[in-house]
Design a protein around this ligand. Structure first.
Ligand code: PEP
Ligand code: MN
Length: 339
């Protein structure tokens, strides 16, 4: 439920509403917009439904609205303004389209440093790279583990780029959070609820990738788990879903971008690399994502894709990534954004 305060309601009136709600055992989330202040109630509101008018009678209250969607904190009603996340000197969810780029996995010191300098030079703001890799086969490269995290930290020291890397298990979250600026939850773990609780507790920005078999509602419910720990720094990342089409690795759901912009205030990113599985499709799909309103992109870039331990087929060479950045810059300008 949300309580919409009147334009011009005083701080005392707002305080009185918050106090009343908290006395009833709810937590509150106050969203101070340019137009209106909204008080969101967090907790089981069913017993209150009969009694909504008690708030409507309070000074300064304009209206009381139930939120009908199953996700509350993630919903646009709860928080009408776009959420902006400040991390490592960057704003995610603002006017600028933010680009996260780097190899699928951290493979060696030389590889990650070469990738970091290349993506920085092309204009990326964050370096990605898996230290713990969830592979379909247990015999595939599983990542360098903590050594990979140390190499990412070294790359951050050298280049100033923020670090985005994946957490594989809930007990790993404190370790990864010591190194990463943004914790990534991968597609295979979007509905791993103990992981979602753990990243919620970490109080660091979380990049939540869409489960490859998940609906938008299931995805937003997963975000709700993280938000329910008072970690409001959730970034959604569309990375393609499984359909009957097999030519591409996944089918990137471009509809998700404008649909999520209606449903939620959270920033929305797009991963055209896993979304297509083919490097030659990455740039056109990246352009489409920016045109559709994405707040950022996650792109796999490898200094030598032909030698990559994983996902070489969808990784861009640095020169091609540079061209991608140029192309999305023009698209961003056309839709009132910048890169
Ligand atoms: C990744 O970004 O490294 C990754 C494995 O992505 P996903 O979880 O979307 O497959
Ligand atoms: Mn990958």
């Amino acid at each position: 439920m949300i309580i919409v305060m009147k334009r011009g309601a005083t701080p005392e009136e707002l305080q009185a509403v918050v106090r009343q709600v908290e006395e009833l055992g709810f937590r509150t989330h106050v969203s101070q917009g340019e137009e209106r202040t909204i008080v969101g109630l967090i907790g089981d509101e069913r017993p209150l439904m009969e009694n909504l008018h008690r708030f409507e009678l309070m000074q300064g209250v304009e209206r009381v609205l139930p939120i009908l969607r199953p996700y509350k904190l993630a919903s646009r009603e709860f928080h009408p303004e776009d959420t902006q996340i400040q991390v490592n000197g960057q704003t995610i969810g603002g006017r600028r389209v933010v680009v996260i780029a780097g190899p699928c996995a951290v493979e060696s010191r030389d590889q990650i440093l070469e990738a970091a300098w290349a993506v920085r030079e092309a204009g990326a703001s964050f370096l990605r790279g898996g230290a713990f890799k969830p592979r379909t086969s247990p015999y595939s490269f599983q990542g360098l583990g903590e050594e990979g995290l140390e190499l990412l930290a070294e790359a951050r020291e050298a280049t100033g780029l923020g670090i985005v890397t994946k957490v594989m298990a809930p007990e790993q979250v404190p370790l990864v959070a010591r190194y990463a600026d943004i914790l990534q939850v991968g597609t295979r773990n979007m509905q791993n609820y103990s992981r979602l609780h753990a990243v919620g507790e970490a109080k660091k920005p979380v990049l939540l990738k869409r489960g490859w078999m998940s609906t938008l509602e299931e995805w937003l419910m997963a975000a709700e788990y993280i938000l329910s720990h008072s970690n409001h720094q959730v970034i959604l990342c569309e990375r393609g879903i499984r359909t009957f089409e097999t030519y591409t690795r996944n089918t990137l759901d471009i509809n998700a971008v404008p649909a999520l912009k209606q449903l939620t205030h959270l920033p929305v990113m797009v991963d055209p690399s896993h979304g297509t599985g083919r490097w030659e499709l990455v740039t056109p799909v990246a352009r489409a994502a920016v045109a559709a309103g994405a707040d950022g992109l996650l792109v796999e870039v490898h200094p030598h894709p032909e030698a990559a331990f994983s996902d070489g087929a969808q990784s861009l060479k640095p020169c091609r990534f540079k061209a991608l950045m140029e192309e999305i810059r023009r698209v961003a300008e056309a839709v009132g954004r910048e890169v």
